[in-house]
Write a protein that binds this ligand. Structure first.
Ligand SMILES: Cc1cc2nc3c(=O)[nH]c(=O)nc-3n(C[C@H](O)[C@H](O)[C@H](O)COP(=O)(O)OP(=O)(O)OC[C@H]3O[C@@H](n4cnc5c(N)ncnc54)[C@H](O)[C@@H]3O)c2cc1C
Length: 471
């Protein structure tokens, strides 16, 4: 019997365990596994806390639908009836501009205007800024094919104002990253392809819009979640796992020899033997474990920077706040130029149903990210005061929340800096030198849940391919 050890019980490790078990059953190839997680709970960044009727997410709150693997995992687990869509009919997004929340113009797909009227009428971008964006139609495509930063790309095609007011908060915001460091190739490769194919982003978007099917079918929602919160994904998955789960045990050392791997934990002197090891931990943890086996790989893994963030959820009685703000959208983004202490806010109970009772409102505020990490480690009372002051200044909400919950993610967000994809390709090439060693998780080929699940599916396929003879 082949034995695999999965290190890390976040979604990347859990999905690997699930699909390993599934493929073993489907193929009849006997593989069993041990999953080792340092914390006493499974799920990693996925954590939901329910307080009264408030369903509060600490990490991810949604699964994007344009990448199918997150929803696939939910369906494979039988969670179809638990899936809830975003309330896209209320999907307005706002941007803070000179201290005021301004509607993000309709007709934008990510950063690029696809419809003329809402764009022309939007007060968000100055007339000169709009003219500069329109120059995208005439600027020749870049000749070099290598990576560049999101900042350089947007500035080159659409101008500085589009970068500061739209692309920075929206696109870099997803990665809590500095757009001047963020790798375009690793995060928005489709934009590179659009520039090369159509010579202009606006033309490419217009082309895509014209060719969108118009059979009257309802467009699929932008995001999905689960009625009880995303931790239900973890709970359901874990219930179906048949392998050994070792919680509260930190992997401290890895040893490889001709027979396989020896996985040492802080729990026992005796290592766990493994034919295959899947590292589903942050890159800096993987680097320490890999160091004695493949120091070149460890060195590359250490080049992946991590930044810290925190989410602060506040629950209000609707009657207390509704006269102060209508919560008429999914929330707002804040460009760096506004110099606020928070980076974004989700109006959670508008974005999804099942997040608060009809009499309540739930919002979630983000702090931290590249360049703003100091706020993350403030004591709870100071962080709460800071967040309430920001919401009062920006939204006019002065009512006291009836519930609050803070989650800190210290070194929780991998940064895909320029050149990231090349580094990951090199890491994977090095990993292949050690048969039976695999890397998965948000450090490498996508930070979201769907990417981690895709990584799990690919890891399992590759592992079966490699171990086929051995199993
Ligand atoms: C605030 C926030 C909001 C987000 N929002 C979204 C969203 O809406 N949608 C989305 O798709 N994604 C979102 N993400 C990203 C997504 O949540 C993560 O990228 C994903 O959950 C990471 O999964 P993972 O398994 O790679 O890592 P993790 O969840 O970090 O899991 C790694 C696990 O390894 C364990 N571990 C570490 N060291 C050791 C060791 N030595 N031995 C054993 N175990 C160890 C850790 O305890 C942890 O449980 C968000 C992230 C954050 C922080």
């Amino acid at each position: 019997m082949t034995h695999a050890v999965i290190i890390g019980g976040g979604i990347a490790g859990l999905a690997t365990a699930y699909y390993l078990q599934k493929k073993s059953a489907e193929t009849g190839l006997p593989i069993d596994y041990t999953l080792v997680e340092s914390e006493p709970r499974l799920g990693g960044k996925i954590i939901t806390k329910t307080i009264d009727d408030f369903v509060i997410e600490g990490g991810p709150d949604s699964i994007v639908t344009t990448k199918p693997w997150g929803a696939k995992l939910c369906r494979d687990l039988g969670l179809d009836d638990e899936l809830i869509p975003t309330n896209d009919y209320k999907r307005g997004i706002f941007v803070l501009n000179k201290g005021k929340l301004v509607d993000f113009p309709g007709g934008f797909r990510l950063t690029i205007p696809t419809e003329f009227i809402p764009f022309a009428l939007s007060p968000l971008i100055s007339p000169l800024g709009k003219l500069r964006m329109a120059m995208d139609l005439f600027i020749p495509p870049r000749q070099e094919s290598g990576d560049e930063s999101l900042g350089d790309f947007i500035r080159r095609r659409l101008g500085d104002e589009a970068l500061k007011k739209i692309a920075g908060p929206m696109m870099a915001g997803i990665y809590v990253a500095d757009p001047e460091k963020l790798s375009l190739k690793s995060t928005f490769p489709q934009f590179m392809a659009m520039e090369q194919k159509y010579g202009s982003l606006i033309k490419a978007m217009q082309h895509a819009k014209k060719n969108r099917p118009t059979n009257g079918a309802k467009p699929s929602p932008m995001f999905l979640s689960l009625k009880g919160g995303l931790n239900d994904l973890v709970k359901t998955l874990v219930k179906q796992l048949k392998g050994e789960l070792c919680l509260g045990q930190r992997v401290t050392r890895l040893k490889a020899d001709k027979t396989g791997f020896h996985v040492f934990t802080d729990h026992s002197q005796t290592p766990i033997y493994a034919d295959a090891v899947i590292l589903a931990v942050p890159a800096y943890v993987a680097a320490d474990l890999i160091e004695p086996i493949l120091p070149e790989l460890a060195q590359l893994q250490r080049q992946i920077r991590y930044v810290s963030t925190a989410t602060i959820s506040l629950g209000y009685r609707r009657a207390d706040v509704i006269k102060q703000h209508p919560f008429n959208g999914f929330g707002f983004l804040i460009p760096q130029s506004e110099q606020r202490k928070i980076i974004a806010c989700t109006w959670t109970s508008t974005k999804f149903d099942c997040r608060a009772s009809d009499d309540d409102v739930l919002v979630r505020v983000f702090v931290g990210g590249d360049g703003q990490e100091a706020h993350v480690t403030l004591p709870d009372d100071q962080l709460l005061t800071l967040v309430k002051k920001e919401l009062s200044d920006i939204m006019g909400v002065t009512a006291q929340p009836v519930v609050h919950q803070i989650f800190r993610w210290v070194k929780g967000n991998p940064q895909y800096d320029v050149g990231h994809m090349e580094r990951v390709d090199a890491m994977e090439a090095l990993t292949r030198q050690i048969p039976g060693l695999y890397l998965n998780g948000s450090a490498y080929r996508g930070v979201g849940i769907p990417d981690c699940v895709k990584g799990a599916l690919e890891t399992v396929d590759y592992l079966f391919e490699q171990l086929h003879g051995k199993a």
